[in-house]
Design a protein around this ligand. Structure first.
Ligand code: R5P
Length: 326
């Protein structure tokens, strides 16, 4: 069996322990310490337990609010390689910086590409969940490492089937359409998509199609990311104007910046549900969909035989081999 050591970066201890439990007897796995000491001047000192001789190291670090996490993460990866890890992988349920996938205004950084180069220089493989791929179609277009994207759609659909009678799936903007359509097809529910224009970080204007064909259905807003929450708030306001029943907000990545959660609740959300991919989603009243089993299966595939691409995909997962939808 592969000797595998999971290293949780600070804040990811429970996630790494849950993945290790889910890996069960399928692989020889241990969870080891990765300590980060922050000096008064803002620099970090990273210290890791040495990996098993000839073993593989897997860092577990979700990357919402990425800037303060990234430098310690890269130092940990580099140190594990120095200490003899044969492979260094990264489990990052939320992968940062993918929304800035082109230069929208002159002189802007194409952050998705810059960040991909950074991570690719330090890791052999990367496992993530529903990366925000829009103008970039596949992680392999920008990441020079083996990558696999799991998808939360099956888990989200199962949640809806267990909790919502007669759902109407609503995508709150064009970029959410791919997630909304996927979940709607799994649930067997109709889907409508809102058109949105973003005028600023917290200024979102949108229009919603007429809902009269869907009377009596409970709206379930599906998005991949909730950041400022303004996309959901705009959609919730339109739903209220059309006298729809209180909507459920379901997202893969609940980043909930600043007062996002309060704003979503104030706009009338009946329930807020998200997958367990980001730090800080344990706010009271946020319902969590666990993904430990999917992540464990993904880790198994990425670490077995040194190459994931010939391994069968986990339930609800797909690889990001060039040409496949990520
Ligand atoms: C955008 O393309 C995404 O699908 C989300 O709709 C967006 O990131 C949500 O951002 P916010 O919560 O700040 O409106």
């Amino acid at each position: 069996m592969t000797a595998l050591t999971l290293y949780p970066m600070p804040g990811n201890e429970a996630r790494a322990a849950a993945i290790a439990r889910a890996l069960g007897g399928r692989v020889e796995v241990q969870v080891a310490a990765c300590n980060v000491h922050r000096f008064p001047d803002g620099e970090n000192l990273v210290q890791v337990q040495a990996p098993a001789p000839g073993g593989q190291a897997v860092l577990v670090c979700t990357l919402n609010a990425p800037d303060s996490k990234t430098v310690p993460l890269l130092m940990a990866a580099s140190t594990l390689r120095d200490l003899g890890a044969t492979q260094v992988g990264l489990v990052t349920p939320y992968l940062a910086y993918l929304r800035q996938d082109r230069r929208f205004m002159p002189g802007e950084a194409v952050s998705a590409r810059v960040y991909a180069r950074l991570l690719s220089a330090h890791f052999d493989w990367l496992l993530t969940v529903d990366p925000h791929l829009h103008r970039i179609h596949d992680l392999s277009e920008i990441y020079a490492l083996r990558s696999r994207a799991l998808h939360a759609a099956a888990r989200m659909a199962a949640w809806i089937q267990a909790h919502v009678d007669r759902p109407l799936i609503v995508g709150p903007d064009g970029e959410s359409a791919q997630w909304a359509a996927d979940v709607a097809a799994r649930v067997g529910a109709p889907v409508v998509v809102v058109s949105k224009t973003r005028l600023g970080d917290e200024d979102v204007r949108s229009t919603i199609p007429d809902l009269h064909l869907h009377l009596g259905r409970t709206p379930v807003l599906i998005d991949d990311i909730v950041s400022s929450g303004r996309t959901l708030v705009a959609a919730l306001n339109h739903l209220r104007e059309q006298h729809a029943p209180p909507a459920i907000c379901l997202a893969v990545h609940g980043l909930f910046a600043d007062n996002a959660l309060a704003a979503i609740r104030a706009a009338g959300a009946a329930r807020v549900v998200c997958a367990d991919t980001a730090d800080g989603i344990d706010a009271p009243g946020v319902e969590i969909i666990p993904l430990d089993e999917d992540l464990a299966q993904g880790v198994l595939e990425m670490t077995s035989r040194g190459c994931s691409q010939s391994a069968p995909a986990a339930a609800g997962a797909s690889s990001t081999i060039p040409g496949e939808r990520a």
